[in-house]
Write a protein that binds this ligand. Structure first.
Ligand code: ZN
Ligand code: ZN
Length: 240
């Protein structure tokens, strides 16, 4: 007979592991997945024509995902990707903007209007950031795994002891179709307990945070404002 633990998906094991760490487990795993994706892409697939076209059409990655590239070891790949985008924008701009600057004449405002539209079209993304898209896929896969396995005793206990889902990932969970309502209800009960415990910690923190209180007397509520930032806002997502 096969070992039931063997049959569990890798998402199951990753979730259990992430739940033992601070913060929303989905945020943690999605962040790791995106960084791994960027590493593989920049080391191996930067010449992939389709992927390059997606990045061009998105006018590069969004600001959050773009910031991931700054510390990347493969600056050659970064240069290739960014050159692609800037080259494409400039090609559009050159179509409408004269090569030399001249002062406006009275009827030039109409030409100016269409020029502004063309340049705006050149700059505006024509598709969503590919890494945001990848992030959404990973989120969906992990949230499905969580919902499908929440009746599993190990998963149940791990989630109950975790920092819970951040509010953006709770929202994403609630928007998933095809989640068993019994599983969802159980998840929501656990999540509510976690939110209540954090609320109590914040209240304790507030009660002790008057001028006369000695901060050395703070207990587990000491870092509750920081925990609350993560739980309320979640991972800074690259939506634009
Ligand atoms: Zn999250
Ligand atoms: Zn993005």
């Amino acid at each position: 007979m096969s070992d039931p633990m063997q049959a569990k998906s890798s998402a199951y094991h990753e979730l259990i592991e992430a739940m033992s760490q601070p913060g929303c487990p989905i945020c943690r795993l999605v962040d790791r997945a995106v960084r791994q994706y960027v590493d593989v892409f920049f080391y191996e697939n930067v010449t992939n024509v389709e992927r390059r076209a997606e990045i061009r059409e998105a006018r590069g990655y969004c600001s959050v995902h773009g910031a991931l590239l700054a510390g990347h070891a493969r600056m050659l790949s970064v240069a290739i990707i960014q050159h692609d985008v800037i080259n494409d924008v400039l090609r559009e701009v050159d179509r409408v903007l004269p090569q030399t600057h001249t002062h406006c004449r009275p009827l030039d405002h109409l030409i100016g209007m269409s020029m502004r539209r063309t340049v705006l079209d050149a700059v505006k993304p024509k598709r969503v950031c590919p890494l945001c898209e990848y992030e959404r896929d990973q989120e969906g896969m992990l949230l499905h795994a969580l919902a499908n396995e929440i009746h599993d005793e190990v998963m149940h206990q791990a989630f109950a002891r975790s920092s819970g889902l951040c509010l953006p990932h709770l929202e994403a969970l609630l928007q998933l179709r095809d989640v068993d309502p019994h599983h969802l209800r159980l998840l929501l009960h656990i999540e509510r307990d976690i939110l209540k415990a954090l609320k109590t910690d914040l209240e304790e923190y507030l009660a002790k945070s008057n001028g006369s209180y000695d901060y050395a007397g703070m207990g587990k509520e000491a870092d509750s404002p920081l925990r609350a930032i993560k739980l309320v806002s979640g991972r800074v997502l690259g939506r634009r």
